[in-house]
Design a protein around this ligand. Structure first.
Ligand SMILES: Cc1cc2nc3c(=O)[nH]c(=O)nc-3n(C[C@H](O)[C@H](O)[C@H](O)COP(=O)(O)O)c2cc1C
Length: 455
């Protein structure tokens, strides 16, 4: 563990051409980069030059199959490389930066997942991270024999059990179990090998992972759920949490709430790093940054606008006049998909009585904007970091790689000059970068618990 407590963590959420729906039309790339490993390698190298802790790929295991007029104009997740495959390729093209990706507890078996991320941790020499999601996408459900996602609470019940089983599998071998003793002809010590007998509500597994314990002991566990169930799971198991808040006060309240939940699971607040979502646009003035944003907003096609707000509101508003206020009775009672996005969009409709067009122009899907000069953006980051709102930032950029390049050229030196960001990597692993301890194996703990029991 090497990171000093007064330095912030930075993660890049590497949506292919950026987080803005129009990014693919605004990017400098005139041909499709989605399937080009060199494109991602260049982007990871840029983040590494900016001394980021983590390069992160979001994912959902599905292309959309309906409303294709909208999705063909806004191709989010319509054509993306499988994250662990891509991250494994990037492991060979980077030296320091952590490599994280999303994989769903609803659509994997724990064994496959433990093996994939365990292998990535070996191949990257200790830089792997798994973003635990329960998935909130019925398109994905239909790829796996379901017609819709199971209810929110059931998904989280499975996720809790799933994470525990994955962690147990990663501990199959003790750190020193592979003795490679050629003199006596013993490759591993059977006494330091721990098969798992797990008979749970969702998962049955009687076996053992065929992979040595990895450099980080276990890959870093990330989560991004903001519901009650999501926060409880994070307090119990997550080491990094991505969150998204529009105000300092809301971020501070979330920070206190989540860290305050950890003690009951026997954890201390420093075992979890909360990264606030931020979407910077750096320009020579605030007005120039706003103008750049507005140019992107103006490119949103109405079909895409209705699609975008309908998806997160979980209600189709496309029959409404784009320029009349949205009737409040069109707001569903609660969310089954994403609580955090749902609440943001409902607040905009309720409090500001927006029209559909105003809503799709205003709604930023959890990407708290920071538009202005490098100094203004660094000020904002410093304020949030030093005022107990976060341990660092999960950065999205409206347009990639241009937004990242501006940030690395201008905001990174400002943060380094203030002593808020490392100038050089000091440790080797992602845990080192983040200041997280390497976890002991559950079988090495003083009181050995039976396999499969939550800890
Ligand atoms: C920064 C960020 C990244 C996320 N990445 C993914 C992702 O890659 N795949 C996914 O299915 N959900 C992703 N989510 C959604 C959350 O993981 C979570 O499943 C969703 O918010 C619903 O859970 P909740 O109701 O507990 O908030 C992300 C959320 C945030 C804020």
């Amino acid at each position: 563990m090497t990171k000093s407590g007064n330095q912030m963590a930075l993660a890049l959420l590497a949506h292919v051409t950026g987080a803005h729906p129009s990014s693919w039309m605004a990017s400098a790339r005139t041909t499709n980069p989605s399937n080009d490993v060199d494109y991602f390698a260049d982007m990871a190298a840029l983040a590494e030059a900016g001394r980021f802790d983590l390069f992160f790929l979001a994912d959902t295991p599905a292309a959309r199959t309906e409303n294709l007029d909208a999705w063909s104009r806004y191709p989010m997740y319509m054509n993306i490389l499988e994250p662990v495959t891509l991250l494994t390729a990037l492991a060979g093209r980077t030296r320091h930066i952590g490599l994280g990706g999303t994989a769903s507890t609803s659509f994997h078996e724990p064994y496959n997942l433990a093996r994939l991320f365990g292998s990535l941790d070996h191949i990257s020499k200790g830089r792997a991270a798994w973003n635990v999601v329960t998935s909130s996408n019925d398109y994905a459900a239909r790829n796996f024999g379901l017609h819709a996602m199971p209810p929110h609470a059931r998904r989280y019940d499975r996720a809790r059990e799933f994470v525990d089983v994955v962690k147990a599998l990663w501990d199959t071998y003790d750190d020193d179990a592979i003795v490679f003793d050629r003199e006596n002809g013993v490759y591993f010590d059977p006494a330091r090998f721990h098969p798992l007998d797990h008979d749970g509500e969702f998962i049955k597994l009687h076996g053992a992972l065929n992979l040595a314990r990895s450099p980080q002991g276990r890959p870093v566990i990330i989560q991004a759920g903001s519901s009650e169930a999501g926060k409880e799971l994070a307090a119990e198991t997550a080491e990094v949490v991505f969150t998204s808040h529009e105000t300092l006060a809301a971020a501070q309240a979330f920070y206190r709430d989540l860290k305050g939940r950890m003690a009951k699971f026997g954890r201390t607040p420093d075992q979890l790093k909360i990264l606030a979502g931020l979407s910077p646009t750096v320009a020579e003035s605030k007005a120039a940054a706003e103008a750049r944003h507005q140019a992107l907003q103006d490119m949103i096609h109405p079909t895409v606008g209705y699609q975008r707000i309908g998806m997160d509101l979980e209600a189709d508003l496309s029959d409404l006049d784009p320029d009349q206020p949205i009737p409040l009775d069109r707001i569903p009672k609660s969310a089954n998909l994403s609580t955090v996005y749902f609440e943001q969009i409902v607040r905009l409709i309720r409090d500001e009585r927006l029209t559909p067009r105003q809503l799709w122009q205003r709604y930023e899907r959890g990407n708290a904007p920071a538009r202005g000069t490098a100094t203004e953006i660094a000020d904002r980051m410093e304020e949030w970091f030093t005022q107990g709102a976060c341990d660092g930032f999960m950065l999205t950029f409206p347009v990639l790689p241009a937004g990242l390049a501006d940030f690395v050229a201008e905001v990174v030196p400002a943060l380094q000059g203030r002593g808020l960001l490392r100038r050089e990597y000091e440790g080797e692993t992602l845990r080192d970068h983040l200041g997280l301890n390497r976890p002991a194996s559950r079988y090495a703990a003083p009181a050995v618990r039976p396999a499969g029991v939550a800890r």
